[in-house]
Design a protein around this ligand. Sequence first.
Ligand SMILES: [Fe+2]
Ligand SMILES: [Fe+2]
Length: 303
Amino acid sequence: MFRLIHISDLHLGPLPAARIRDLASKRIIGYVNWRRNRSRTFGDDVEAALIAAIAAERPDHIAVTGDLVNIALAGEFATASAFLGLIGPAEAVSAVPGNHDAYVPGAARRARKSWSAYMTADDGEADGWPYVRRRGDVVIVGVSSAVATGPFMATGSFSEKQEKRLAEILDKLGRAGLCRVVLIHHPPVKGATAWHKRLSGAARFRKVVARHGAELILHGHTHKPTRLSIPGPTGDVPVIGAPAATQRPDGRHPAAGFNLFDIERVDGGFHLRHRLMQVVPGGGFVETRAEEIVSAASVSPAP
Ligand SMILES: [Fe+2]
Ligand SMILES: [Fe+2]
């Protein structure tokens, strides 16, 4: 049995003191937004409880689907690196960036560099996307949808270059009969977000999965614990979102939580037991949803 934990959208605080020069961009809006809202609703207390709850589950691996920071100031990357170091060793933690990690031009590159230990492929490559990290029967495929956008936009992008590479990766790993877990910050499902938060190239992503398959797709961005699906070659592929991982239980937003998957190989595919764990007032994490997922076949058909 392989235990995988999925967290997303940490939006870690507090923000380091920003110089006016650093704020002369889209960051001004993000900074004001942080002061007004996020600093009240995202909490250090929840962060500490989250780290303890993750450790208590003794996961084999942890997937982090982006938005670790807020407006991509240098000090925020260091805070996020410290957090990643607290939840597990780099070989047991895989991350992909979100739009907040790519908040301004150049930030996406800085995210990759700062968190390279969590994004380096098994073959040592620490640059291209997607990356592949195999852990037993489970293989993590990290896709980046993070791009800098204009003010009031939070879109993502799945490029043709990644499409070609993802197709090759999923095909090869499917033939090897592995449990393919794809990480992407933006949900690749039609209508899953407002227009200004959508994933451009989502149809391209869905086309790759429809043809080559995947056992599980994990995303963040919506801050909601959703269970959607997209078609694969042998049946629907589950697309599972996570609430923002440090969201205080305020009754207005989905409370902080994480997805927990116990993965087992069964005849002709994999069995996944999925549980959603969410924080309750007082600080503990409790199970709020459980379901069984059976992937009928992990081998993609011949082209
Ligand atoms: Fe987010
Ligand atoms: Fe996001």
